[in-house]
Unconditional design. Sequence first.
Length: 495
Amino acid sequence: MTKKLLNPQNFKSPPVIENDQLGKYSKRKTVKFKTLRVFSEDEKTRIVVEGQSGQITIGQLCLRENITPEVFLSWSKEFLTAKVNNTVETVSNEDDKFRIVLEGLNGEFSVAEICKRENITQEEFLQWSRSFLNIVNLKSSRDTFRRNDSFHKRNEIRQHVGEEGLRYFESYLNLFSSNTRVFKDNSEIILTDTCNIEHLICLQKINDIRYINKFFEMINHKMKEGNIFIGCLESFTARKDRMSVYQLPLFNQVYFSFEFLVKRILPKLSLTKRLYFDMTKGNDRLLSKAEGLGRLVCCGFRIMDYKSINGLVYFVVQKEKEPCYDMNPSYGPVYAMPRLGKGGKIIKVYKFRTMHPYSEYLQDYVVNAYGYAESGKPANDFRVPVWGKFMRKYWLDELPQLYNFIKGDLKLIGIRPVSARYFRDIPKEMQKLRLTQKPGCIPPYVSLNRSGSVISVLQAEKEYLEEKIRKPYTTDLKYLIMALYNIAIRHKRSA
């Protein structure tokens, strides 16, 4: 059939049907026909073409369609003697062109019959056939490319993260889909100018990216809401396990202190930041899991999951909103926490940092994932390192609150200044009582020597607030004396 399509001389005009071709069916006198019905021009054309194709005898066709052989013969003569453009309009729709070509390729009708029926020339049919075959070959090439591309994506992921990582990725994304893109490093993503990437995997750890937030913001811009981004980072723990120097007793602590100073503190100080990045280009930066995840939330992503695989923390996040574009993130040793003051006013309460940078963006995630512990603090809070827990235990982190006391934002004794997230979770009656008073540096549960559980803290605050309303002038002095006694004599410590 292909050779015929390439040589117009092979096309033959349909033969003219004469009376003697009808054979014995034209001479049969016993054939009885039912009442004749009116046929449309399209039905006549279909019947004539089907009779000329030779797939069914003309007699059988006449019996099936309930027509006489003479009627079929007259239709055939009309069909064969019809002039070009006399009864059929020129085909212009692409779908009709490909339908005609497919019909010719299937071999059900001769090319000449199809050209005559559709009122086209054999040259037009040849041209449409070549276009059709080119599209079919192109589609086949695209399918082959997509299969090879999917294999390449899976193989590249397997080389970087192994079978465990590959299975983890496939639990969230369809790697065979052309909508899932895999990049080895951030430079490939930067060069991708399309803004319709649906799902993205970056195999480069973000510890080696200088402008991490700008990188996340760029990915956010290229994605639509609901799209998934998978990346990785190397945490402190993974770095210690990877480097052999950390296996040496005593020396490991000295080396960690030096590395923490150079790669953790210097990049965050305004005086040394530029020098550090000019020397290191941002490579191999010390980065905690909390900071990495916090940066993602700050840049408009919602954390779906994270998992440690082969020494790296792989995160799966989803675009939820536009980035916050926080131009002044808190890196330094003193952190100003937004807290609710008297009447619901937002005040900044100063503390020594006991959490990793960007941890404030993970407040909702940690509470939603783990809830609160008995101490009233978020449970399983990976944002607080060991040294941070030590500072909290002895209230060393709260020393900068003396500045809030001098400013008048806080009293010495009073309810704890809490976040808006915590405030939403306490009973309504306590919310109303809290807003009537100014928060304090030393909470009531310390004065009453209660435990740090949520219920115990709330009960102590309720007792304090009710007594404060009854005795507004003596309550604070009484609670201050009890607090100093419990701390100095009973060795009361923070929850």
